[in-house]
Design a protein around this ligand. Structure first.
Ligand SMILES: Cc1cc2nc3c(=O)[nH]c(=O)nc-3n(C[C@H](O)[C@H](O)[C@H](O)COP(=O)(O)O)c2cc1C
Length: 263
């Protein structure tokens, strides 16, 4: 499965088999999360990979009424709010790795904060940004999972014409439109899809409609960036500070160069 197929197949999974996650997967996640940082990071974030069913963590949905029991989770921890973008970016890369390995995942903003705080030994400056649960999907609950996604409106996505602000300048079959379409597949809290993008030549500027959705921005950027790596050269990601446009804050820029074809 390539990275684009992983994006196409990923969906939030809320029911898991009672089965430990393979040790090699946990090792790979720990290694990758301790190293991979983009140029957006200030490097005061960290990740805790926790294994074993942690019922006390009360991870769930509908404000915790529905509990999700997964065999493992990653807790994203930050000191400064702006680093939530990096947390989303790093974790979504692992989501796609897990999908390729046959695992299901779900980002969860609902959990027992005190339990996780002591489990992750948070310092005074640290906060929990998000929890990502994962494990082998419980195929017997596939129908229920599908029904929940339908009910919660999780299956719907905005059109690329709404997300790509200057869509009129592009043809539906342009490579960059395909990149945008794959970024639109990214998960977001309550499926609000708060990121907008404008593409000029070989660079894209990303805007956020709601400044509270920094993790969603990071997740969207991970899809966009990984798609670009697949088809372009010299892909770079940079934080930017510019005037707001129509009430939306420009946050990040991704640039690239066309790949030279060998004859
Ligand atoms: C930051 C963030 C927080 C989320 N919090 C929850 C949550 O607390 N409970 C839940 O069931 N799903 C949660 N989700 C999953 C979203 O509801 C889901 O990604 C979205 O509806 C799109 O569905 P899909 O992931 O199946 O494509 C969260 C997703 C993100 C990115």
């Amino acid at each position: 499965m390539n990275i684009l197929e992983a994006m196409e197949q990923r969906k939030s999974v809320r029911s898991y088999r009672k089965e430990e996650v393979e040790e090699r997967i946990i090792t790979q996640l720990r290694d990758s999360l301790s190293q991979s940082r983009s140029s957006m990071a200030k490097d005061n974030i960290r990740f805790e990979v926790i294994t074993g069913y942690s019922k006390e963590a009360k991870t769930g949905f509908l404000y915790g009424i529905g509990k999700i029991h997964a065999p493992a989770m990653i807790v994203g921890i930050y000191e400064e709010e702006e680093d939530l973008v990096e947390i989303g970016f790093c974790l979504e890369k692992e989501v796609l790795y897990l999908v390729k390995e046959g695992y299901g995942t779900c980002f969860l903003g609902t959990y027992d904060e005190n339990t996780l705080k002591s489990c992750c030994k948070l310092t005074e400056k640290e906060h929990i940004g998000i929890v990502l649960v994962f494990g082998k999907p419980n195929e017997e609950s596939r129908f229920m999972n599908g029904a929940f996604r339908n009910l919660a409106g999780s299956t719907k996505r905005k059109s690329y014409q709404e997300i790509l602000l200057n869509a009129k300048e592009y043809d539906e079959h342009d490579a960059i439109v395909n990149v945008v379409k794959h970024a639109i597949m990214a998960p977001s809290g309550n499926n609000v899809q708060p990121v907008r993008v404008s593409v000029q030549g070989n660079k894209a500027v990303f805007y956020l409609k709601d400044s509270h959705c920094l993790i969603d921005l990071g997740i969207f950027l991970a899809h966009f960036y990984l798609c670009c790596l697949d088809i372009y050269d010299n892909v770079e990601i940079t934080k930017i500070k510019q005037e707001s446009v129509n009430g939306m804050e420009p946050m990040v820029m991704i640039s690239w160069q066309e790949r030279k074809t060998c004859h």
